[in-house]
Structures are given as C-alpha cells and as structure tokens.
Design a protein around this ligand. Structure first.
Ligand code: C2E
Ligand code: CA
Ligand code: CA
Length: 637
C-alpha cells in the first residue's frame, strides 16, 4: 500500500485563534453567571481539551520548523498527544450528548463505551505508527507526513458514533437545538474537507471549536433545556417586557405539577415528549419557559393565533389523553396578558398566587377578580413583611379575636380559642384564609404567633386579675414553626414575661404530614408540656388520620373538625364512624371537642357522642378578645 507523502503546509494562525477564543471563553465562564451543572462541567473540560490540542499542534510544528533532528522525540510525543486531545474532545462530545438528553444508563454506557474503544484503538495505532516512524519524519524542508491514515479513520469513526447518537436522541431533542448542532457540524465538516483537499493542516482544531461554541450558545448562555426546548424565567421576563413595550397582546398556558416541584424531580421522558409537542405543534410563534422543575409555561402572541380558543381546546384534549399515563397532580392556568401584571413583569408570582386557590387537577381561566385578589395579596404580603421587620409584640395591626368554648360538664364557658385577624389601613379587617397561607409560605408566620400569644397572655392575665374563671385559652401554631430550634424558648419567654402560668395556655396543632415533622412535634410537645402548656389536635378528621401516630403524641384535647359534624347529619354510617371514634378517644382519656356547632340539632348530636367541649356559631362567633368577659363567669369581684 503506498501512502501519499507531503511536506508540512502549516501556519499557526488557525490554532492561535483557537487558543485565544478558548481563553476568552474560559474567562467569561468563570466571571459570568452560569448554572454550573453537570453538563456545564463536561463542557468546561471540553474547552480545556480543545485549547490543549491547539497548543500542542502549534508547538510540535514550531519544533519541526527548526529542521533539527534532535527534536524528533519531542515531536513524536507532542503529535501523539495532539491527536489524543482531539479524540478526547470527540469523547467529550459523546458524553455531553448523553448528559444533556438525559439518556438512560444503558444507552449512555453503549455510546460512551463505543467512543472509549475507538479512543483506545486510534491512539494505540497512532503511537505504533509513530514509533515505527511511518507517520512523520524530518527533512531539510521541514516535517514530512505520510498521509494521516489513522487520524482520518479515527475521525470518521467518531463522527459516525456521534451521528448515530444524535439520531438515537432525535425524538428527545427540541428541534431548534438539534438543527443548531447539525448546522455547526456541517460547517466544521466543510472546512475540514476543503482544507484536506489542499493538504492544509492549520484548521483542524478550528473545526472542533465550532461545535463547542454552539454548545455554549445553545445550552449555557440562554439556558435551553435541550430536551424540552424550554428557556428559563429570566428569558420570560425579557419577552414579556418586549411584548409590553410594543403593545402586543399575548396568551399563556401554565402547567404546574406539585410533586415534581417539591421533590425537585425533573420531568420524566414521556412527559417531556408531550410538553415538547405542546410547545411546537399548537400555536404559532410560541415560546416555552421552564420556571422550575414542575412548572412550565407556554406563551404565544395573540395576533398570530386568532383562532386560539380552538387551539386551547385542542391542547387540553391532547393533555387529558396523555394525563392518564403520568397521573401527576396538575394545575393549569390559562390567561391573556394583563397590562398591570405585564408592567410589573410579575406573571410568575401572579400564577403562583392563583395556584393557591386552586384544587389539584383543575384548569383555571384568569378573570378580573384574580388580578384584584393578586393585588390585595401583594399588599397584605408587604404589610406582613413590615410586621416581621418591626418585631413589635404589640403590633396594632394584628388583632386577637377569640371564640369561647362551651364546657358540657359545667354548662359554662371557661376556655376559648384565639383566632387572628389583621387590620390593615387600605383593606380593613383581613381574615386568616387570606393571610395565613401567605405568612406560612413567606416565613412570616412565627412572628404572628408570637404577637397573638402575647396579646392572649395579656388578656388572660387581665381576666384572672378581675376574678374571671379562665381555665385556658388556646393559640394556633403552624407546623412550619416547630422546625425552628428557638420555638420552645420563644413560647415560654412570652408566657413568662406576661407573668401567667403555663397551664393557662394551650397550643393547637394539626397532624404532621411527614416523619420528620412528626418527630419534631413529639419532641417539642414533650418539652412544652413540662411547662404546663396543654396541647390540642386541631382539624381531626380532615387529613388521613394516622391513629397510631396520634396516640404516640400526648394531646389533651382532640378537636373534631366541622366536616365531621356535617357528616353525622348526612347518614347513619358516617354517624356511627364518628361516634365510635369519639368513644374510643374519650375512653383513652382524651377530651373530645366538636368544632363548628351551629344549631341546636348539632349540639344535641355532639353531646350524645362523648364530647366534653363544644365550639361554634351556636355559642358565639369569634369576638375581640376583650369581649371574652361577656362569656366567662366572674367568681370573685
Ligand atoms: P381553625 O383553627 O379550624 O379555626 C376555626 C375556624 O372555624 C375559625 O375560622 C372560626 O371562625 C370558624 N368557625 C367557628 N365556629 C364555626 C361554626 O360554627 N361554623 C363554621 N362554618 N365555622 C366556624 P377563622 O377564624 O377564619 O380561622 C380559619 C383558620 O385560620 C383557622 O382554622 C386556623 O387554621 C387559621 N388561624 C386562625 N388564627 C390563627 C392563628 O393565630 N395562627 C395560625 N397559625 N392559624 C390561625
Ligand atoms: Ca384551631
Ligand atoms: Ca379546626
């Protein structure tokens, strides 16, 4: 077999440009904000390898120019290294594709393994050829090459693997991303082909740089999710701003799946395929955004989709058809651009606000009321933030209301539940169903508890001083508060500084949802019980009550939720269940309290069910805590 022989035709320009571009990229990567995830790390190493290849290429050619045969050893080594670096870049490409497309383990192993085999084979053969002196030698005119056999075969083999890989993942990839990759590969190949025909070696490394630049732009600068075709919320803000400034209306469809969001899981592949199709097949000019793991939003211009109603219906039908395959609970919100929300660029928090009032697996069209409520929530949230920052335990915006509880045994009122209201300048009285979720989600709930406890302690002390018979008043505490190490301290400190006994205060808790919260609850209850504080289990019967767990916690009173009272009135079966629960609990020395007793018949029914306490509108609505004295008995004047 005869091999073509040619004298080196090389200028360092191509490689030096590569080195400088790689250098600039590395600097930019280190100093700009980029999500440093796994694919980014693969990418970063790829840039380093390309740079190393270009450098070794320059150096060994430079040494060749000297015509000094003593340099041959070094030239051999550098040239083999140069090839090895380029093949490592190829290997990184195969790895990179498996990472950004989230390929399964088996296919990952297959492609990376194939690449690895090629690597070992070509690098081995290359070294063998070099050692045998048949690939490069020195003459007075410079380096002489005997064709680039092994390198060309290795290059072709790797290219084949990568094309197979891209073909395999074609369905997982978002179309625009894939076209971007194919485009740069085609350009690289063209350059290599033209250079090869002229025996030109100066631009080999450049062809490796193009895919790298494409990777950077497509994957890391605008953080495209390669398989969803989605970009992030920052990009959404830019687009909304752009539409708003040009006065263009748009529509959006948002899909939220709590399970994925909370567990930090990414969408499973099947679901990705569905979302990808939704983003490309239904609306003209649409853009898909991934706002977090479980939240995607599709935005499209109204003008280009005049028949959007029909399209929305189609997409919802398609969604329902796919839903049974995945069965993630979802919330879908559909709406049109709203000037007020666009101006403040607040769609993400606007939609989150709407989710709060939605059932799982429901679809909601946005209406004018939603904007009103959103604005109101924003206002309340700002006030809550201010209450949090002021840390004033007597903050006049937080009102302690109270609902007296009827004691069946004595026929009197000697306990009550403290219920919170806010009194805000622009909105008057605000009720817990609006502000408690806001406070819990934003970390402002504990200060509210401290304020309400402080005000309750004050009122209790005053009542006792005036000779009223007060057994205790209960205060509601949210589960999230128990997670703070300071919780027990904060509670006892407030009780102590108001100079009342622990027995006069009770804490109402709802069932814990996780093992972790359960353990926390157990520990905190034990600690505070030592100070005499009593504990109520609130809303019994609304969750999936775990009796075994409930028994493990030393509650004093079990509060049956109003829904149980209602259920009793509905049919005999439910009544039997509630009755046996109440009997069982009172036999185990828990006191049973029924909430939401509204009528004389409710009262009769609950009294017949081993209840100790009754609470509800039948006796009193929640009243300002100062009015408790209207209900409690004054034993000494
Ligand atoms: P909850 O602890 O179950 O409180 C009882 C709720 O039922 C109160 O609503 C009360 O006004 C209402 N209610 C009382 N009697 C009846 C009745 O006969 N029929 C009906 N239909 N309802 C009755 P409110 O005051 O709006 O409080 C709602 C929820 O907000 C409370 O439910 C509690 O979970 C929470 N909450 C209230 N105050 C606080 C607080 O200070 N801290 C915390 N963490 N949560 C609070
Ligand atoms: Ca309660
Ligand atoms: Ca309750």
């Amino acid at each position: 077999m005869t091999r073509a022989v040619y004298v080196s035709n090389y200028t360092p320009v191509g490689d030096l440009i590569v080195v400088s571009i790689c250098y600039v990229m590395l600097v930019l990567m280190l100093f700009s904000y980029i999500n440093k995830n796994h694919s980014f790390k693969v990418f970063f190493s790829t840039v380093l390898l390309v740079m190393a290849a270009a450098l070794t290429d320059v150096i060994y050619h430079k040494l060749g120019e000297t015509g000094n045969a003593d340099n041959m050893q070094t030239i051999y080594i550098l040239r083999c290294l140069y090839h090895a670096f380029l093949f490592m870049v190829f290997q990184m490409f195969t790895v990179y594709i498996t990472v950004v497309t989230r390929l399964g383990r088996r296919m990952k192993l297959l492609f990376c393994g194939l690449g690895g085999l090629i690597f070992i084979a070509v690098v081995g053969l290359d070294i063998a050829d070099t050692v045998r002196g048949i690939s490069v030698s020195m003459s007075d005119t410079g380096l002489v090459f005997q064709s680039r056999g092994v390198f060309t075969y290795g290059y072709a083999a790797y290219l084949l693997v990568i094309i197979c890989e891209l073909f395999y993942v074609r369905k997982r990839l978002y179309r625009r991303v894939m076209l971007g990759f194919y485009g740069t590969m085609a350009i690289s190949f063209l350059i290599l082909f033209l250079a090869g025909r002229r025996g030109q070696q100066s631009f080999t490394v450049v062809t490796f740089l193009y895919p790298v630049i494409a990777m950077f732009y497509i994957m890391h600068s605008t953080p495209y999710d390669a398989t969803l075709g989605a970009i992030d919320s920052r990009a959404m803000q830019d687009l909304v701003k752009n539409y708003y400034e040009r006065g263009r209306d748009f529509m959006f469809m948002s899909l939220y799946m709590r399970a994925l969001d909370e567990e930090g899981r990414t969408l499973p592949e099947g679901m990705r395929a569905v979302v990808r199709r939704f983003s490309t097949d239904f609306f003209k000019g649409s853009t898909l955004f991934q706002l977090n793991n479980g939240h995607v939003l599709l935005l499209f211009p109204l003008s280009r989709n005049p028949d959007y109603e029909k399209r929305i219906q189609n997409i919802l039908i398609a969604f329902q058809a796919e839903y049974h395959r995945f069965r993630f609970d979802y919330k879908i919100v559909i709406g049109q651009s709203i000037d007020e929300v666009s101006r403040k660029n607040e769609y993400v928090s606007f939609i989150r606000d709407i989710h709060r009032g939605m059932e799982e697996n429901s679809i909601r069209r946005i209406g004018p009321d939603d904007v009103k409520r959103f604005n109101s929530n924003e206002y309340v949230l700002r006030e809550l933030e201010d209450i949090y920052n002021q840390r004033d335990l007597d903050d006049p915006r937080v009102l302690a209301y109270c609902q007296p509880v009827f004691n069946i045994k004595t026929g009197k009122y000697d306990t009550a539940e403290a219920l919170m209201r806010l009194k805000l300048e622009k909105q008057g009285l605000v009720y817990p169903d609006q502000f408690i979720p806001l406070a819990e989600e934003n970390g402002y709930i504990h200060i509210l508890t401290e304020i309400i406890l402080n005000k309750t302690c004050k009122a209790v002390r005053k009542l006792i001083r005036q000779g009223y018979a007060v057994s205790r008043v209960s205060v509601n505490v949210s589960a999230v508060e128990l997670r703070d190490d300071k919780f027990c301290n904060d509670i006892t400190r407030i009780i102590d500084r108001n100079d009342i006994q622990g027995e006069k205060i009770a804490i109402e808790l709802t069932e814990s949802k996780t093992d972790n919260d359960f353990m926390l609850m157990k520990r905190k209850i034990s600690e505070l019980r030592e100070r005499g504080i009593k504990f109520y289990l609130d809303d019994f019967g609304t969750g999936y009550s775990n009796m075994e767990r409930i028994m493990e916690l030393p509650f004093d009173i079990i509060k049956f939720d109003r829904s149980m009272v209602i259920a009793c009135g509905v049919n005999e079966r439910s009544k039997k269940i509630v009755l046996s629960l109440a009997n069982m609990l009172s036999e185990m020395d828990y006191a049973v309290l029924f909430e939401g007793v509204e009528s004389a018949s409710d009262e009769q029914m609950c009294t017949d069910m081993s209840a100790s306490y009754l609470q509800g509108y039948k006796y009193s609505k929640p009243v300002p805590i100062e009015r408790l004295q209207d209900y409690f008995e004054q034993t000494v004047a």
